[in-house]
Design a binder for this molecule. Sequence first.
Ligand SMILES: [Zn+2]
Length: 343
Amino acid sequence: MKKLLPTSTAGSLPKPSWLAEPEKLWSPWKLQGEALIEAKQDALRLSLQEQQHAGIDIVSDGEQTRQHFVTTFIEHLEGVDFAKRETVRIRQRYDASVPTVVGAVSRPKPVFVDDARFLRQQTGQPIKWALPGPMTMIDTLFDNHYKSREKLAWEFAKILNQEARELEAAGVDIIQFDEPAFNVFFDEVNDWGVATLEKAIEGLKCETAVHICYGYGIQANTDWKKTLGSEWRQYEQAFPKLQQSGIDIVSLECHNARVPMDLIELIRGKKVMVGAIDVASNAIETPEEVASTLRKALQFVDADKLYPSTNCGMAPLARQVARGKLHALSAGAEIIRQELAHP
Ligand SMILES: [Zn+2]
């Protein structure tokens, strides 16, 4: 029988201090050349082992080989000039100096496929691989070529589809697209955001997921959350279209979030990765706290479609905090499995 409530993380995990400066986003690498390649693989192995020791069921690379979940993918594309930078406002929240789209974008060679193959060699467990979504990619760039967010998103969707097909062939079981931008640009989500995402998953036979969250636990996001009021209803905007889409799994932020749990009803039929770990706090959840969030979610999602997860990536956290949270996630899921087995 297939295990109920398979656990996973939303994405990144902390990097060891010998690879990159810890507890920091866009942290520069400490090594270069061949030494860096080897160090990234070593870190991937460690990250995998920590997930396995914590009892995580669907494992990932912990994003050990990338500096940032969006930027690193874009760095491998043609048509984007990283030396030519402009300051733009990211997801209407904070200013960042970003690269410029200067010509037609293309993917001259695979970006993460070798890394995924390496992860596949290390484990027989189901593996999940994260890619940025088209809308989140365009929001992290200054476009001086297409001059249309929609046009650029369609181009990225084609490129993501090429990468996704090769990740599938490398043995990835679940390909996840990170679309925090879906929580911000509601008209675009419905006009073309979900459509470009469907382009990115075209022809795939493996499972597909979209991760939509309120971001890493960084100050700009914490400040933004304070402006959102007592109920966060952002998911209400994208869910009806996603329910109609070909995406198999929707990954959400739930724990310590003011998201009304009943919004999950809007994606009835989809598998739901329920964020039961707060990535914006160093406090390690108790298994009972995790179980409590999962219990609430079970009112709106069938048990065989509930996938306990984290709210977002944990790259900015201290390693021992992230480790504690992984263990809490497993233990909390086990409490609910026992309850379901002995009602
Ligand atoms: Zn996230």
